[in-house]
Design a protein around this ligand. Structure first.
Ligand code: SAM
Length: 276
């Protein structure tokens, strides 16, 4: 990899004005055979030439221009600037993740959490993943912990890949997927463990999580939190809402996943909830 950057610069210095060569991206994300490239405004007039060179040097079939993630489904909407097939199979920690990288997020910064999930549950647990995506966090649980998993994903497009991934990873015997809004899910008092891998509005889903939880359960509660409110938040809000629904909460562990915005962190809290 040491030689890749000089090689790319050398090739592109033949096409690009000299002052732009220094602006070429030095970091990128490769997921399977798709490359996600952050490109500054100044480079946009040359985006196709740039993408072609990165693709050839790095040996990928498709290059996407990195953009913002947004909306209810946390969609990426990355522009295709080389090739025409944004669907890829990315292998991580023994799991195959198939997805459309131009539409569906797969954050390299969440890798530790995906790996942590691979040893979090016991085989006799029932785990409910309320925001399953393509199975980011729950495939490792089904595959490596051998626990039973119910995965709920609202977006029909993302759901299609979730179902494929369950088959690709051969966990059909213990993982079931539902293409519904998790608030429509009917199971009550069934889960030993609940994954809430969502941001910004996760607190709105706490009552539903408690309905799904057994009288005692562990909830992996993700949310975004302004730094000035840490470390009290987001636990205090969780605890308050849980009390209103008849549950006590014990904070087992809290971790920072990544910076979400300036002064705002994406965190995950492991919370034991129990009925008094
Ligand atoms: N949990 C994974 C992770 O942490 O890597 C994926 C996270 S992704 C940010 C959140 C997923 O939740 C998206 O695929 C989105 O479509 C889905 N989602 C959002 N609201 C939902 C809801 N009310 N019910 C079910 N799924 C929902």
């Amino acid at each position: 990899t040491q030689l890749i950057k000089p090689r790319i610069r050398e090739i592109l210095s033949k096409t690009l004005p000299p002052e732009l060569v220094n602006l070429l991206p030095k970091h990128w994300v490769q997921l399977g055979d798709v490359l996600i490239l952050p490109l500054r405004e100044e480079l946009l007039p040359y985006k196709y030439e740039i993408a072609k060179v990165y693709a050839e040097v790095l040996g990928v079939k498709t290059v996407l221009r990195k953009g913002k993630i947004g909306g209810e489904f946390r969609e990426t909407n990355y522009e295709i600037i080389y090739g025409n097939d944004p669907v890829t199979i990315h292998k991580e920690n023994g799991i195959l993740y198939k997805f459309d990288a131009s539409k569906i997020m797969f954050s390299p910064a969440n890798v530790k959490e995906r790996v942590r999930m691979a040893s979090i549950a016991k085989p006799d647990e029932l785990v409910v993943d309320m925001f399953a995506g393509i199975g980011h966090l729950s495939l490792p649980i089904a595959k490596h912990c051998g626990a039973r998993v119910i995965a709920i994903e609202k977006s029909p497009y993302t759901f299609k890949f979730l179902v494929e991934n369950i088959e690709l990873n051969k966990v059909q015997d213990r993982m079931t997927a539902y293409n519904i809004d998790n608030r429509e899910f009917k199971g009550e008092n069934i889960a030993d463990r609940i994954l809430m891998g969502y941001v910004v509005k996760t607190h709105e889903f706490i009552p539903k999580a408690l309905e799904i939880a057994k009288d005692e359960a562990v909830i992996h509660y993700h949310n975004t939190v302004p730094e000035r409110l840490m470390p009290r938040e987001p636990f205090e809000t969780f605890q308050k809402i849980a009390r209103e629904h008849g549950y006590e909460s014990e904070l087992l562990e809290s971790r920072i996943i990544k910076r979400y915005a300036p002064g705002v962190w994406h965190v995950v809290l492991d919370i034991r909830v129990f009925k008094k």
